[in-house]
Design a protein around this ligand. Structure first.
Ligand code: AMP
Length: 206
């Protein structure tokens, strides 16, 4: 039986995954990379929160429970949201500002958080190029999250949920980082933007 090719051709679309524990600073550093490299930044967590709040979503309750419990939302939901967002960005951006026709550069933050989604995305959506990995200590992450909790309004920025998120990160996401390390695809950036910038330059040019 013939296997369908990925939805997006990786010779035309560059996908960079951004991983790191909860509160490692992924979102902050992605914002800076977007400014410097004109990436399209997609955050799996933001897409899930938007879907959770979308009126009529059949996944709202499921997503809410997973987020509160710090567990992984099933890959079918997360991958479909990313695929749709990539398609929409390609349509919009190729007609305008900076991406040459048919070529897209995506920074996908907080994904893949579990091995099944890593394998499925690479096989069916687009083969990823590289993983930027922000490594930092649990103590540092906890401090950042508790500081953020004062203003974020996020249901999972509380000590109970944070502990569960750390557990999920160790059990489900660390194996993903090990998997890509084995493929020589991981650029570790130790939460330091200069380091991250150097590594991204090598991958993305510019
Ligand atoms: P974040 O906004 O990255 O801190 O993610 C918040 C929560 O959203 C996580 O604790 C998970 O419950 C869920 N989530 C984020 N990214 C993913 C993903 N790639 N796969 C499944 N669930 C995710």
């Amino acid at each position: 039986m013939a296997i369908d090719p990925p939805v997006f051709d990786n010779s035309k679309v560059t996908v960079i995954f951004v991983l790191g524990g909860p509160g490692a600073g992924k979102g902050t550093q992605c914002g800076r990379l977007v400014e410097d490299f004109n990436f399209c930044h997609l955050s799996a967590g933001d897409l899930l929160r938007a879907e959770q709040n979308r009126e009529g979503s059949e996944y709202g309750d499921l997503i809410r429970t997973c987020i509160r419990e710090g567990t992984i939302v099933p890959m079918e939901v997360t991958i479909k949201l990313l695929e749709n967002a990539m398609g929409a960005a390609l349509k919009e951006k190729t007609s305008g500002d900076g991406w040459t026709k048919g070529r897209g550069r995506f920074l996908i933050d907080g994904f893949p958080r579990k091995m099944d989604q890593a394998l499925k995305f690479d096989e069916t959506v687009c083969l990823s190029s590289v993983v930027i990995y922000f490594s930092t200590t649990e103590e540092g992450m906890l401090g950042r999250l508790l500081e953020r909790a004062k203003t974020s309004g996020r249901e999972d920025d509380n000590v109970e949920s944070i502990k569960k998120r750390f557990r999920t990160y160790k059990s489900d996401t660390m194996p993903v980082i090990e998997h890509y390390t084995g493929q020589g695809k991981v650029a570790e950036a130790s939460g330091n933007y200069v380091d991250c910038l150097q590594r991204t330059k090598r991958i993305a040019g510019g």
